[in-house]
Each structure stands twice: as structure tokens, then as C-alpha cells.
Design a protein around this ligand. Structure first.
Ligand code: SF4
Length: 351
């Protein structure tokens, strides 16, 4: 463990401590919102304030049920395809990114677009374009059908070969084994991805690496905290939605690194009381798209069942912030907003 810091009552909001029966909670840090999710959610909130509802959002802005439901109540309309947006309306592209063809579709419908693609996903898009321009085959490690993979693959459809797992490596085909590079989805398991790369390099010794890590800092840090907690944990509760890749990975990482049991829940009321049978130490964390209020609800649920002793396990400090999308900043400025353009982590009702 990098550090285990007992939290004060302010931090954990669980009231007094009664550890006489040994029940305790290990609370991961960092957890919850990453800079890309924060920026995407604030983008929708500010767009609703600025333009008034409805504001259309293509796909879920981030993969979290609570976030989507809350924004829907404020007037966001989530659609699956660009063609569902009325001509001339405003549409926001989600944090997972879109293929160039989606920009073309929006243009054809005269839509006003705000691109909330996480800058770290945009970086992978740039890498895909660059290596395709150099006529490499790009071995994209990721999950078939995930929105981010669809967006990245759309940058260079002729050059992308999807690699879904270490075992998949044996069956993929490339045009020239001497001109191959690997890229990845940003939210994968670090360990499994490294195993896939190892197998790829066995088959293609001249395999090139990406210029920098594609698995983002937030995914890596959340997995690191879980790895540190897992050996001491009887039960790991990960707050997150089933379609959230990084949240699902956290449960897998916990189980691989020694947690005796692990579950993904959207809300505290999904915790099955039987999971707590014989459990002394509960680990709690949340995916990168999860508002902290949902973690607080889980801590309250556990406190009511005697788990009042809460200690933070801190694997890394995070301070990254992203500026809001250019289009939105321009309109905010035109309306005289004094917004600095940088996302604030305490902003908005979902934080
Ligand atoms: S998980 Fe990583 S890539 Fe995805 S939005 Fe957050 S910072 Fe960006």
C-alpha cells in the first residue's frame, strides 16, 4: 500500500467509529470522476444553461446510468444516431469520441456540434491517423462494439485490425508483419493489455509501440488502488454501470489480485445483504464516470451495517483538468460568461 490514511468523519461522512468487531472499509483513492468525464458532464450542464433545453447528446455522454438520468431530467435528449437529431439543432458528442463520418453526418443535417470527446481519446485518434498515413497496420486492442473503439477505428478503417484478447492474437492477419503498430482503448485492464502486447510481439517482432500510453492515467490509477486493496479485502464493491468498461475492469482486477468477492453496483440499494455474510473488510471504489454521491450512499449503507471504520488507500494523486470544448467556450464568452473554460471538479449538480 502506498499509504493508508484514516479518514476523518468529514471525509467518510459515516459518523463515529466502532471497530470492536473488526468491520472496516478500505476506500480507494483515486476513484470516481476523471478529468474527461468531468469535462463531458459539465459540457452538457453548461450547454443546457446556455442554449436552454432540449440539447441533444449522441450516445450516453458518459457510461453512467445516474448521470444520464439526471441530465435527462434537466432537458438533455440522448440519441443513438445523428439522424435522430432534428435539422439545425445542437448535438453534443460523448466523451468516448466519434468517427469522422459522424461529423460528416452532422454537417449534412446542419447541426451545431459540441465535441466532448476526451482529449486522451482524441490523442489515440491522432495516432491512428498518423500511423495509417505511414501505411502501417494498426493492431487496436479493445472491445468490439465499444463506442470508443468504433470511433478510433473509423479514423482509419482500412488499416485497423481489432485485437480483443491475448488469445485473439493467434488468428489475426496483417498485410506486412514488418509494418505493424499497436494502439489501445483507453479503459482496458493494464495487465491484460500488456499480455496481449507480449503475444503480439512474439508474432510480430518488429511491432511498434504507441508514442505514449493509450490506457489513460485515470484507468491506470483506479486499477492501481484496487490492486493495493484487494489482498486485504473480503468483498470489493465497485460503483459503476455495466456498460462502463473501466468500472467492469475494476471488479476483474480486484478478483485477480486477491479480493475474495467483488460486485459492480449502480446504486447502494443493489447491494445484496448476503454479500456481507462473514465479511470483515469491504473495499469500495468507483469507475471514472461515477459521481461521488453514489459512493457516499454505499458508505452510508455499509455504516448502517456496522462498517463505520473507513480508511483511504491512496495509490496516486490526480490534478489534471481539461478546458471545455472550444465551441462551448466561444459561445460562453460571446454571452459574457466569466467562465475560465477550465472544468472545476466542484461544479455542477452531479458532482
Ligand atoms: S477514462 Fe480516461 S480516456 Fe476516458 S474520459 Fe476519463 S480520462 Fe478520458
Amino acid at each position: 500500500m502506498t499509504s493508508v490514511l484514516p479518514t476523518g468523519t468529514d471525509d467518510a461522512a459515516t459518523g463515529g467509529s466502532d471497530a470492536s468487531d473488526g468491520k472496516r472499509v478500505l476506500l480507494a483513492a483515486p476513484r470516481g470522476y476523471c478529468a474527461g468525464v468531468d469535462r463531458a458532464v459539465v459540457t452538457v450542464e453548461k450547454a443546457l444553461d446556455l442554449y436552454g433545453p432540449p440539447v441533444y447528446v449522441r450516445k450516453q455522454i458518459v457510461h453512467n446510468k445516474h448521470v444520464v438520468t439526471t441530465l435527462e431530467k434537466r432537458g438533455a435528449i440522448f440519441v443513438d444516431e445523428t439522424e435522430q437529431v432534428p435539422e439545425g439543432a445542437t448535438v453534443i458528442f460523448s466523451a468516448h469520441g466519434v468517427a469522422p463520418v459522424v461529423h460528416d453526418e452532422a454537417k449534412a443535417l446542419s447541426l451545431k456540434t459540441i465535441d466532448a470527446t476526451c482529449p486522451l481519446v482524441t490523442k489515440v485518434h491522432r495516432e491512428a491517423r498518423r500511423f495509417a498515413g505511414d501505411d502501417f497496420d494498426i493492431l487496436l486492442i479493445g472491445h468490439d462494439g465499444h463506442e470508443e473503439v468504433i470511433g478510433t477505428a473509423g479514423e482509419a478503417p482500412e488499416n485497423i485490425v481489432l485485437v480483443e484478447s491475448p488469445d485473439h492474437v493467434d488468428t489475426i492477419e496483417v498485410r506486412d508483419p514488418d509494418r505493424v503498430v499497436w494502439l489501445s482503448q483507453t479503459t482496458l485492464s493494464v495487465d491484460e493489455t500488456m499480455e496481449t502486447v507480449r503475444r503480439l510481439r512474439e508474432r510480430f517482432p518488429k511491432l511498434q509501440d504507441p508514442p505514449s500510453d493509450d490506457i489513460c492515467y485515470a484507468t491506470q490509477n483506479r486499477q492501481l488502488a484496487v490492486k493495493q486493496m484487494a489482498p486485504d479485502t473480503d468483498l470489493m464493491i465497485v460503483v459503476g454501470s455495466r456498460n462502463s468498461s473501466n468500472s467492469v475492469r475494476l471488479v476483474e482486477v480486484a478478483l485477480e489480485h486477491g479480493a475474495r468477492d467483488g460486485h459492480l453496483v449502480d446504486y447502494a440499494d443493489e447491494i445484496d445483504e448476503s454479500w456481507l455474510d462473514g465479511v470483515t473488510t469491504v473495499g469500495v471504489t468507483s469507475g471514472a464516470s461515477v459521481p461521488e454521491v453514489l459512493v457516499r450512499d454505499v458508505l452510508d449503507f455499509l455504516a448502517q451495517r456496522g462498517y463505520t471504520d473507513v480508511a483511504s488507500v491512496t495509490a496516486a494523486e490526480e490534478s489534471l483538468l481539461f478546458a471545455l470544448p472550444t465551441e462551448l467556450r466561444r459561445d460562453l464568452k460571446a454571452r459574457g460568461s466569466d467562465d475560465s473554460g477550465q472544468v472545476r471538479h466542484d461544479a455542477g449538480s452531479l458532482h
